[in-house]
Design a protein around this ligand. Sequence first.
Ligand code: ADP
Ligand code: MG
Length: 265
Amino acid sequence: MANALEIRDLTVSVGDTEILKGLTLEIPFGEIHAVMGPNGSGKSTLCHALTGKDGYEVAGSAQIDGVSLLDKPVDVRSRLGLMQAFQYPVEVPGVELETLVLEAAEERGIDDAGRRVEAEAPRFGMEPFLERGVNHDLSGGEKKRSEIFQISVLSPKVALLDEIDSGLDIDAVRRVAGAVDEMRSPEMGVLMITHYSRILQHVTPDRVHVMIDGRIVESGGPELAQELEDGGYEGLRKRLGLAAPAPAPSERPVSDLFTNTPFDV
Ligand code: ADP
Ligand code: MG
């Protein structure tokens, strides 16, 4: 059987800047893979390239259940079974969550959507939100649970969760992690992007991949997340013999940015 998601030698550039530099990753059906990496390593760009966001030059290949993805427009990718939960879900006042989910299900040819909504809503504590505007006035954690609920109803082949834990308090992280675990299905592969390892204390991924500077530099089991928790990305860089990153301009002392100021006389 083909993998849920198979990415080979993916490079992504914007103008002259290469952001992803040859990324290879396989996610079998039924598995949850975590991708971790420091800020700016290219995690969100990976999602954008897979979903087909404009403005990126993309090379290499990506397949969903054996069907190539990168030559398809966004809506076809979605119909092939790709779905993303956003880092910052948008609010859509005036469109009820239930209406959105039922229409999306119809688009995908799901004919028992009403029954699915009834079954999935209680699992994610979504009953109070079904008749409210999509994400309208929901807390951060509720928005994330709503995204996961939508994925559960629409049952894509591949779910991309971009920083599903960012901006949440500890209790919300636990609930969202529980929701990701609930969503696990033999018919779906999950790519869970996270910046911190704390969510992984509550949902156990089958594999952990570390992305640094546009490449997967290490893959392993959940113990890899523990190594990062203990030694940070810096510790992993040292173990793998990777060069330290150039400091961001904002981290340089202000005095570095000036020479021969008039006050220097
Ligand atoms: P992450 O999600 O891992 O924090 P991103 O994928 O958002 O990282 O960004 C990776 C790098 O690519 C960053 O240095 C970012 O500034 C750069 N980048 C992302 N998108 C663009 C773009 N549209 N134009 C120019 N640079 C970009
Ligand atoms: Mg990001």
